[in-house]
Structure formats: structure tokens, C-alpha cells
Design a protein around this ligand. Structure first.
Ligand SMILES: Nc1ncnc2c1ncn2[C@@H]1O[C@H](COP(=O)(O)OP(=O)(O)OP(=O)(O)O)[C@@H](O)[C@H]1O
Ligand SMILES: [Mg+2]
Length: 236
């Protein structure tokens, strides 16, 4: 469902180019829980952002449900990011002076928020255990609660793909466990493909697909040898 083919990504640093991804190929089947792991600076976030069309590769292609992100027009990329992908970041990225419900419906602001959107936001907040916090503001909530709002926001448009960059990076162990419990539950219910960057391998389960990046290359991919699909993830 996500097909990454020989991705290279370089950034300009001063007057020279630094190659951060050096030819990464992998496939993530629809509905899978996939992790990107690897040392700091290895290119994990860069790869994740490319899957979300937040940036474009220097070379190579990324297709999501047979749509090549690198060949889309700018308007198509905007629509992809806006309507088809949900993003969850380490630092929650909530708007301080908006309530939980208002934060969750933020993705609808450009086109107009309806009562139906607000109802759906309340349902999602209830699903992540915040049914009694609908009108609370981020500053009245714990880190774990704020991240749960961010999860609800990421799901409000029923995305085909959810991308999370260290979603528990700022949370303690116990709260981190709770966040993964919620992510797993929602993912199982919705069959959304979920790609998560993490430093913490204890959240990984045997069935998950694990893409290990080292120094801009895919070092290994585990979880690909399942009986029904031997080609789920290839080291390329
Ligand atoms: N926009 C950018 N401009 C210049 N260099 C960048 C940019 N984004 C990332 N880099 C560089 O690319 C390399 C990989 O960055 P990336 O954020 O993908 O690493 P990471 O694996 O997510 O690391 P961490 O675990 O610390 O978050 C780093 O050396 C970083 O400095
Ligand atoms: Mg990162």
C-alpha cells in the first residue's frame, strides 16, 4: 500500500549537500502497524515526512495506494496531506486557546466546521478516553491527555494513513503504554495503516513490521516474512 522505491534525500548544509537517505526501498501493506527505528540522525523522521508528502525526495518514488506522491501537483499534495494522512508529533502541536473538541476539528477549519464535525470529534475524544474533557484546554490537561487529543485530531478525517513521530517521546513509561494501547485499538478498529517512529522498542509486537534505518539506509526489516506475504518489506 505504501511503496517506497529507492528514495534518496539530500539537504543543503552551508554550501554542500548532505545525503540523509541513500536509497531506501520498502513496502508497508495496508492496515499494518509499522515501526521505523534506528539511531538518532539516521533519517527516520525524514523518511516519515516523505511518506506524508511534507517534503519531496531528491530521487526515487513513494506511492500510497498506487498514487505516486512525487508526481502529484502541489494542489494534489496539499489535498493528500489534508484529507488522507493524519499526523501525530512528539510535541502534540495543539492550539493552546482552543478546547479539546476545537483542537480536534482544526483540520476542517479551512473548509468550515459543522455540528456534525464537532459530534464526531466528541466521539473520537470519548474513544480515546477523554469524554469528560471535551471542553478542557491543553493547559488543563496532562501530556498523555494532550497526545490523546492529537490522536483524535489525526483520525478526524478517517485517513488511510497515520504517521507518528515519537508520539510518546515526551511522556513517561506508563503514559506511553496507554498511548500505544489507544493507537493499537483505533488501528485495529479502523484498519488504518500506521507508521510510527520510535526509539523505544518495547512498544513493538511480534506481528509488527519493523524498518530499521541506519545512516540513511534500510539495515533490516523484520516482520516481513509472514506466511501470506513474503514481499511485504524488502531491504533495498
Ligand atoms: N530540513 C533539514 N535541513 C537540513 N538537514 C536536515 C533537515 N532535516 C533533517 N536534516 C538532517 O538529516 C539527518 C537525519 O535527520 P532525521 O530528522 O531524519 O533523523 P532522525 O533519525 O529522525 O533522528 P532523531 O532520532 O534524532 O529524531 C540529520 O543529520 C539532520 O540534521
Ligand atoms: Mg526524528
Amino acid at each position: 500500500m505504501i511503496e517506497v522505491a529507492d528514495i534518496h534525500k539530500s539537504f543543503k548544509s552551508g554550501d554542500r549537500w548532505v545525503e540523509v537517505l541513500k536509497g531506501v526501498s520498502c513496502q508497508i501493506p495496508k492496515g499494518r502497524f509499522a515501526f521505523i527505528v534506528g539511531p538518532s540522525g539516521s533519517g527516520k523522521s525524514t523518511l516519515l515526512y516523505l511518506m506524508g508528502a511534507l517534503d519531496l525526495p531528491t530521487k526515487g518514488t513513494i506511492s500510497v495506494e498506487n498514487q505516486d506522491l512525487t508526481k502529484m501537483t502541489e494542489a494534489e499534495q496539499n489535498a493528500y496531506r489534508r484529507d488522507r494522512v493524519g499526523f501525530i508529533f512528539q510535541s502534540f502541536n495543539l492550539i493552546k486557546n482552543l478546547s479539546a473538541v476545537q483542537n480536534v476539528v482544526v483540520p476542517f477549519l479551512p473548509t468550515g466546521v459543522t455540528a456534525e464535525h464537532r459530534r464526531k470529534a466528541a466521539d473520537l475524544l470519548t474513544a480515546v478516553g477523554l469524554g469528560d474533557r471535551l471542553d478542557h484546554h491543553p493547559w488543563q490537561l496532562s501530556g498523555g491527555e494532550q497526545q490523546r487529543i492529537a490522536i483524535a485530531r489525526a483520525l478526524i478525517k478517517d485517513p488511510i494513513l497515520v504517521l507518528a513521530d515519537e508520539p510518546t517521546g515526551e511522556l513517561d513509561r506508563k503514559t506511553g503504554d496507554e498511548i500505544y494501547k489507544i493507537l493499537r485499538k483505533l488501528q485495529a478498529e479502523r484498519q488504518t495503516t500506521l507508521v510510527v517512529v520510535t526509539h523505544d522498542r518495547r512498544f513493538i509486537r511480534p506481528d509488527d513490521l519493523v524498518l530499521e534505518i541506519e545512516d540513511g539506509l534500510l539495515k533490516s526489516s523484520e516482520g516481513s516474512e509472514s506466511e501470506d506475504d513474503l514481499t511485504e518489506a524488502r531491504v533495498g
